[in-house]
Design a protein around this ligand. Structure first.
Ligand SMILES: Cc1cc2nc3c(=O)[nH]c(=O)nc-3n(C[C@H](O)[C@H](O)[C@H](O)COP(=O)(O)OP(=O)(O)OC[C@H]3O[C@@H](n4cnc5c(N)ncnc54)[C@H](O)[C@@H]3O)c2cc1C
Length: 189
C-alpha cells in the first residue's frame, strides 16, 4: 500500500491549533508530552455542568492528556486489490458531528452486503466504495465545519453564531442532522 502510495493519506487536517482544549494553556515539556493544569481546565468549563467539573476535579492530574482533534483529507481510493479500508482508517473525522463510529458501522453493513452479492470481490469493493466514499467524506467536511464553528474565540463571532443557532428553526436543524446521519441503503442479510 505505502509503496504504491495510492492509499497513503494526504496531509491530515487539525481542527484547531489548540485542539478541543482551546482556551487552556498546554505546556510542552522536553519529552514532548503535553500537560494541562487542572485549574486551567476548570477555568475553561466554568458554568458548565457540575458533574463535568466534579469529574475534572476528581481526576488524577497525571491521567489528564492534552490532545488534538484531527481528520483525514479524502484518500484517492480505499481499495488496493482485495484490500479495503473502512472506518477511521478510511475517513478519520473530528468528533463534532458524533458520526465516526456510526459511519464505521454503516461501512461494515454496506461491505457485508456487497461481498455477499454474486459480484467478484473486486467489483463488490468498487460498489462499496461508490456507495460510501462520497457520503462519508461529506460528513468529515461537515464535522470539520462544526468544529470551526464551535471553537470560535472572538466574542463578536461567538455572539453572532449563538444568535444564528438560537434562531435556526428546529425543523431546519433536524434536516441538517438527517443529511449527515442518513443511513446506507444496504442492509446486512
Ligand atoms: C473524543 C471522541 C468522541 C467521539 N464521539 C463519537 C460519537 O459520539 N459518535 C460516533 O459515532 N463516533 C464518535 N467518535 C468516533 C469513533 O470513536 C471512531 O470513529 C470509531 O471508533 C472508529 O472505529 P474504527 O473501528 O474505524 O477504529 P478504532 O475504533 O480506532 O479501532 C481500530 C482498532 O485497531 C487497533 N489497532 C491499531 N493498529 C493496530 C495494529 N497494528 N494491530 C492490531 N490492532 C491495531 C486499535 O487499537 C483499535 O482497537 C468519537 C471519537 C473521539 C476521539
Amino acid at each position: 500500500m505505502s509503496r504504491s502510495g495510492r492509499m497513503a493519506p494526504r496531509a491530515a487536517s487539525p481542527i484547531s491549533a489548540a485542539g478541543p482544549a482551546a482556551g487552556t494553556s498546554p505546556t510542552a515539556p522536553a519529552n514532548g508530552e503535553r500537560t494541562i493544569d487542572k485549574s486551567d481546565i476548570l477555568g475553561h468549563i466554568e458554568g458548565w455542568y457540575q458533574l463535568l467539573r466534579d469529574a475534572v476535579d476528581a481526576a488524577d492530574p497525571s491521567s489528564i492528556v492534552a490532545t488534538e482533534a484531527w481528520d483525514l483529507e479524502p484518500l484517492e481510493t480505499w481499495v488496493s486489490g482485495r484490500v479495503v479500508l473502512i472506518g477511521d482508517a478510511a475517513h478519520a473525522t473530528t468528533p463534532f458531528a458524533s458520526m465516526g463510529a456510526c459511519m464505521t458501522i454503516q461501512d461494515s453493513a454496506s461491505l457485508v452486503e456487497h461481498l455477499g452479492s454474486d459480484a467478484s470481490v473486486e467489483d463488490a469493493l468498487a460498489a462499496f466504495v461508490s456507495e460510501r466514499k462520497q457520503r462519508d467524506e461529506a460528513v468529515v467536511r461537515e464535522s470539520r465545519r462544526m468544529g470551526h464553528l464551535s471553537q470560535m474565540h472572538s466574542p463578536i463571532a461567538t455572539w453572532l453564531r449563538d444568535e444564528a443557532f438560537s434562531h435556526t428553526p428546529g425543523r431546519r436543524a433536524a434536516g441538517q442532522r438527517r443529511v449527515s446521519r442518513s443511513a446506507p441503503a444496504a442492509q446486512p442479510q
